[in-house]
Design a protein around this ligand. Structure first.
Ligand SMILES: *[C@@H]1O[C@H](CO)[C@@H](O)[C@H](O)[C@H]1NC(C)=O
Ligand SMILES: *[C@@H]1O[C@H](CO)[C@@H](O)[C@H](O)[C@H]1NC(C)=O
Ligand SMILES: *[C@@H]1O[C@H](CO)[C@@H](O)[C@H](O)[C@H]1NC(C)=O
Length: 409
């Protein structure tokens, strides 16, 4: 599928660079209504093993705000501009909002703006256009809509565009697919295209980013995914000039691999294979709901979380508590740079139940996991060379269901 857009006029680029400082804070969104800042300097960063009986360090809360209430569901950080965006799913209000905050060095968040959005947003992304002209866009998806906002002045967010989707065929899974459910807005590695997995219609919707002067994005023909699979989240890997995309499906619990090419300035997704979220030949439990996928900064590993399996039992993170904890899995894959194939290398406990979302730090030494059902955040150590996930480096118990976690970098 080709886009008629020519690449030559596009100057968009992702500018997630600025940070050289080591990560010292984590922002956490929760359905409690709060966005909380956790201090990571209290976590054990040494790679020496700490025995289970010593417990896991507790992360200190340095700040919290209800500026994104009622139901904060996703955080997006513009680190270069010290701005945090938060979407509120509006579970009680039936609406939705987008908030912006200035991030301060002491961890506090100062509210800048808040606007109503179409109902039920669950994801956001930042689209940077041009280095100097200060225009950028926050895109979000959820409910049955996809919207973009001009956030070049985060104190005065301006709506740009809303695309409301319609189902064009009867759903394969009427219980979960009664309407379009765009679940994420994700920029491709060129910053020129946006992928929006639609759980409700079994499609990956695609948008082309316009020129710097024109903030409108252009809908492209969607890519169909297996009926009833429930596309949820995607991640890209760029290896030796080849681009691959990995789609996690929530209802079929699969990972679908794609080769991504850019013929004539458009984007084309060629489906390569489908494997289970636990790897080839390992079917996931029927009750599972796959959630998040993240590709490591070195593009060598893909990490996936699965919910509602709870087949790990782990020692309590609190050394003073002898009751074991149930945990869902995080599954770790190595990426074959030549073919894009994923091979499972490891399965580790996520640290609790319902790892809805997780983030990896830029150094690749930590992942932070938001455990929705337990109101818990855990940090897991990671060896950036081998990609192997190790022990828990820290944790925090917070109010409400955790929806997303974001390193301040
Ligand atoms: C902006 O870009 C969109 C999508 O490419 C296009 O449909 C629209 O006509 C453009 N608007 C202007 C004013 O150029
Ligand atoms: C959990 O269940 C999955 C899917 O059935 C299986 O592949 C995995 O090995 C199990 N893990 C543990 C620790 O039992
Ligand atoms: C001990 O841990 C269990 C499992 O997480 C929890 O349900 C229980 O409330 C904890 N007990 C205390 C006293 O904190």
């Amino acid at each position: 599928m080709l886009s008629p857009l020519s690449a030559s006029s596009l100057v968009s680029s992702l500018l997630w660079t600025a940070a050289h400082a080591s990560t010292s804070m984590l922002y956490v969104s929760s359905y409690s209504g709060k966005v909380t800042t956790l201090d990571l300097t209290t976590c054990s960063s040494s790679s020496s093993s700490s025995s289970a009986t010593a417990g896991v360090p507790k992360l200190r809360t340095v700040s919290s705000t209800d500026g994104c209430a009622g139901s904060p569901s996703w955080l997006t950080l513009d680190h270069g501009r010290s701005t945090l965006f938060c979407v509120d799913e509006g579970l009680q209000s039936g609406g939705g909002t987008l908030s912006s905050f200035q991030t301060n060095a002491d961890g506090t968040l100062a509210k800048l703006d808040k606007l109503d959005t179409p109902p039920g947003p669950v994801s956001g992304a930042l689209l940077m256009r041009g280095r100097d002209d200060g225009t950028n866009t926050h895109v979000r998806s959820g409910g049955s809509a996809f919207s973009t906002w001009d956030v070049s002045n985060p104190s005065r967010i301006t709506p740009v565009q809303t695309e409301t989707f319609k189902s064009t065929k009867p759903p394969a899974n009427p219980d979960r697919q009664n309407a379009p459910h765009p679940h994420e807005a994700f920029l491709d590695p060129t910053g020129r295209f946006i992928a929006v997995p639609d759980l409700g219609t079994d499609e990956i919707r695609l948008f082309a980013v316009g020129s710097t002067a024109n903030l409108t994005v252009e809908p492209l023909p969607p890519v169909a995914v297996a009926p009833g699979s429930g596309p949820r989240h995607v991640a890209f890997a760029v290896k030796g000039g080849r681009t691959f995309m990995y789609l996690v499906t929530e209802l079929a619990n699969t990972i679908v691999g794609y080769r991504v090419t850019y013929p004539a300035g458009g984007i084309e997704l060629a489906e390569l294979w489908t494997i289970g979220t636990h790897g080839k030949g390992k079917p996931a439990s029927k009750s599972a709901y796959a959630a998040e996928i993240v590709v490591s900064p070195d593009q060598n590993f893909a990490v996936v979380s699965s919910r509602n399996e709870n087949n790990f039992s782990i020692p309590n993170l609190d050394a003073g508590n002898s009751t074991a904890m149930a945990s869902d899995p995080i599954i770790n894959f190595a990426i074959d740079g030549a073919t894009g194939a994923l091979s499972a290398i490891q399965e580790v406990p996520a640290g609790g139940r319902f790892p809805r979302q997780f983030s990896m730090n830029k150094a690749g030494t930590l992942i932070a996991v938001g455990l929705q059902s337990d109101g818990r955040v855990v940090l897991i150590k990671r060896d950036p060379q081998s990609g192997k996930l190790g022990e828990f480096a820290g944790y925090a118990e917070l109010a409400g269901q955790i929806t997303s976690v974001m390193f301040n970098e």
